[in-house]
Design a protein around this ligand. Structure first.
Ligand code: MLT
Length: 233
């Protein structure tokens, strides 16, 4: 199976895409669905999110610059959605600085779009492989810049793919780099999250526990995917 990390949106038509915003949007979506939410709607603009959540009577969550949007009831910490026994709704509308945008763009172009994170690396690798399509790993990054933790997430999924595919995936150079990065941090994923620019920023905001949560490799056996504008299992 051919896999690529380096691809423009227009080049992923017909691909199974896996989107990574490990800190924290895709980890938060994965956690919310594992906790019992049925649908998570990724929305780009805060105003649009407020209106939409009101219209469909969904819970509302959002972050800008790593901090909860002041008038929103929830921020973008995965821990706000775990455990699921204090869930106030079945549907969640989420807007974040980079992750929700990457999911929207990928799902406009790819044949199928999965949500990837360390939390569900194995499950999402299996689900993407089962589509039989070429696989593209989409790293959201932070404000247009490369993010260490997203390439690390892609690398962990690639290591899982290598473990289950019948033959060795044909990888582009960035996929090879992602695999080597994941091999480097395999015994200390949290260190990989701590060492990136956005990880350091979140630690500065007192979100250390979020990093610890997002660093749990294969905590969940779920492969969330985009379907009609929302993410579900
Ligand atoms: C994003 O979408 O930019 C991130 O999830 C930011 C964050 O909440 O850490």
């Amino acid at each position: 199976v051919p896999v690529a990390v380096e691809a423009n949106p227009g080049e992923i038509e017909g691909f199974a895409a896996i989107v990574f915003d490990v800190l924290r949007a895709t980890s938060t979506i994965t956690t919310a669905l594992a906790a019992g939410y049925q649908k998570v709607y990724p929305v780009v603009e805060a105003e649009e999110a407020i209106e939409f959540a009101r219209r469909i009577e969904a819970a509302l969550a959002g972050e800008r610059g790593g901090e909860k949007i002041p008038e929103f009831p929830h921020g973008n910490s995965p821990l706000e959605f775990w455990p699921g026994n204090n869930r106030d709704n079945d549907s969640l509308v989420l807007t974040t600085s980079n992750g929700t945008k990457a999911i929207r763009i990928a799902s406009t172009h790819a044949a199928k779009t999965f949500i990837g994170s360390l939390l569900n690396a194995g499950a999402v690798a299996r689900a993407a492989l089962q589509t039989g399509w070429d696989i593209c790993l989409v790293c959201a990054g932070t404000e247009g810049k490369f993010s260490l933790e997203d390439l690390l997430g892609a690398g962990f999924v690639l290591l899982e793919l290598i473990g289950i595919a019948d033959s060795l995936p044909q990888m582009d150079d960035l996929s090879v780099a992602a695999c080597n990065l994941a091999s480097y941090y395999i015994n200390a994923p949290l260190k990989g999250l701590d060492e990136g620019r956005h990880g350091k920023k979140l630690i500065g905001l007192g979100r250390d526990m979020d990093l610890e949560w997002c660093a749990q490799l294969n905590r969940f056996e779920i492969a969330p995917a985009v379907n009609n504008g929302y993410v579900c299992l």
